[in-house]
Design a protein around this ligand. Structure first.
Ligand SMILES: [Zn+2]
Length: 143
């Protein structure tokens, strides 16, 4: 079976890159301009592509369950991005919109947001609810 492909917009030139899910954690570069596609910034995943990426990731995955109406989620977003940059290549940072992806929220029993999950090879190895600063997210990642 071929690995599912993700569509990632390049932050530098705007080109859409089709990327096999397993390569996501390998700091891939843009096919057009050659600059890094991720820089450790969080990737938005959902019910359709979450499992393929998480199962293939050789590094721990940190998932931020959030929603647009959630004030603490918006407050934590910059901290999550900052933690992702400081751990680029050592952990994969993923954001899941809990409103748009009810199957994932139900499977992981997300009752309040923001909730952070730590997954390794698809297995949950940690969970933390409530907004936390970047240094706490880095500590939670434990990499
Ligand atoms: Zn580019």
């Amino acid at each position: 079976m071929d690995a599912p492909k993700l569509h990632l917009g390049c932050p530098h030139c705007g080109a859409t890159n089709r990327l096999p899910a397993p390569r996501l954690s390998e700091s891939p570069n843009c096919g057009r301009c050659g600059k890094p596609l991720l820089d450790g910034r969080p990737v938005e995943l959902g019910d359709a592509d979450f499992d393929a990426v998480v199962a293939a990731s050789p590094v721990p995955v940190l998932v931020d369950f959030w929603a647009a109406w959630c004030g603490p989620c918006r407050m934590m977003a910059p901290a999550f991005e900052q933690a992702g940059k400081s751990l680029a290549g050592r952990a994969l940072f993923v954001k899941v919109n809990s409103d748009d992806n009810p199957a994932l929220s139900a499977r992981y029993g997300i009752r309040s947001i923001p909730t952070l999950l730590r997954l390794e090879r698809g297995r949950e190895t940690g969970r933390q609810s409530g907004a936390v600063p970047a240094n706490a997210i880095v500590a939670f990642a434990g990499v």
